[in-house]
Design a protein around this ligand. Structure first.
Ligand SMILES: [Zn+2]
Ligand SMILES: [Zn+2]
Length: 387
């Protein structure tokens, strides 16, 4: 019976001592093992994970390692659990926690900063200076679940209360896993200035962050919002999420097309979500003089950039890491008000036991997969269907 000292539990929600968890072995190798259920410390809760979405970064980490950083090094063969876009139900409270109650449904942000470094004090906890310092004798209180600490491809995880976002009953488990994705797009727009009503925005790259970037920009009042990409099925979802125009970069020059759609002028903002090698050079030609470009994706290789064009035109470039400045809370507010339907990017659901299949669907985009969600608990409807 799970009853660690100082931790508050409830008979209504009994917690087992051990759980099923996927762990990363060698690159690309995942094993389903039994692990002890983790114990929340001060300012932390235990979350029973109900659903977890697969992110392109998970595929990257499982195959290659970075940006995960476990015990100061590569994440392989450390009994470490990946996965970071999860939601669930509060199952136990660490010492002194009264901000959440057992049984409450929550979704999570990834980064819990240390709360004491210069950047955390400025609210930039996704750029915490103590990133990854949470192992051995060094414990700065920093967590980035699924990056530096155990993540969500399992049944329970501990989260700092600062990383929790309460969600309404009406929001499905699947939709709740998408809050942090919308939050990342929201953070990008925040760093660009945040006030985009009546201003023109281009989003390049219709992956989950790009598609929800369209939705968030539109909800913030941007006009026009133009989405560029190479897959018509994804561009169509962009239109459903509020894009005023879409451009297929395979059939026309995206820079010329954007300028034409914006009355012959460059736009005010570009949110770059494609990571294509030439994306920065295209983005700085899509914006007007003094325009701002947010980089939310990146290519693997170093890439030449036309700095003269950036300097001569006073263009601003912003790199963003994660979902900072409480953007996830603001994204959740839009979603609970149904300002856009994030579930349009959710395409497939698998049980936790089938994680390798779920990863394959996400990686190979089988059946036009965009966001693939893994559920630890079959919903009532699924259980009935199975019986
Ligand atoms: Zn992610
Ligand atoms: Zn910090």
């Amino acid at each position: 019976m799970y009853a660690p000292p100082g931790v508050k539990t409830s008979n209504e929600m009994a917690v087992p001592d051990s759980m099923k968890a996927w762990v990363l072995g060698d690159p690309g190798e995942l094993k389903l093992v039994e692990k002890p259920v983790p114990v929340p410390k001060r300012a932390e809760v235990l979350v029973r994970i109900d659903a977890v979405a697969i992110c392109a970064t998970d595929l990257e980490i499982i195959a290659h390692g970075p940006p995960a950083l476990v015990q100061g090094g590569m994440p392989f063969n450390k009994n470490w659990t990946p996965g970071h876009e999860y939601m669930g139900t509060v199952a136990a409270l660490g010492p002194g926690v009264d901000e959440y109650r057992i049984g409450q449904r929550v979704t999570v942000e990834i980064h819990a900063g240390c709360g004491q470094c210069k950047r955390c004090r400025e609210g930039m906890y996704t750029s915490c200076h103590n990133y990854g310092l949470n192992y051995g004798d060094v414990d700065k209180g920093h967590r980035a679940n699924g990056f530096t600490t155990d993540g969500g491809f399992c049944e329970y995880q501990v989260n700092n209360i600062n990383t929790l976002v309460a969600i309404p009953d009406a929001m499905s488990d699947e939709e709740a896993t998408l809050v942090v994705t919308a939050g990342t797009a929201m953070y990008g727009l925040t760093e660009l200035g945040g006030l985009v009503a009546g201003e023109s925005v281009v989003v390049t790259g219709p992956g989950p962050i790009g598609l929800l970037g369209v939705a968030v920009a539109k909800a913030l009042g941007a006009h026009p919002v133009i989405l560029t990409g190479t897959r018509d099925n994804r561009l169509k979802i962009g239109l459903e999420l509020g894009a005023d125009h879409v451009v297929n970069a395979r059939s026309e020059d995206p820079v010329a097309a954007v300028r034409k759609l914006n009355g012959g002028k460059g736009v005010d903002y570009v949110v770059e979500c494609s990571g294509a090698p030439n994306a920065v050079n295209e983005a700085v030609r899509m914006v007007n003089r003094g325009g701002k470009v947010c980089l939310a994706a990146f290519p693997h290789e170093e890439t030449p950039v036309d700095i003269a064009h950036i300097v001569r035109n006073n263009i601003y470039l912003f790199g963003i890491r994660g979902e900072g400045k409480s953007a996830t809370h603001r994204a959740e507010a839009f979603m609970s008000q149904k300002r856009f339907d994030a579930t349009k990017v959710h395409t497939h659901t698998f049980p936790l036991e089938d994680l390798p299949t779920a990863l394959k669907y996400a990686r190979e985009r089988i059946d036009d997969a965009i966001k693939v969600v893994v559920k630890t608990r079959a919903s009532a409807a699924q259980r009935v269907a199975a019986e």
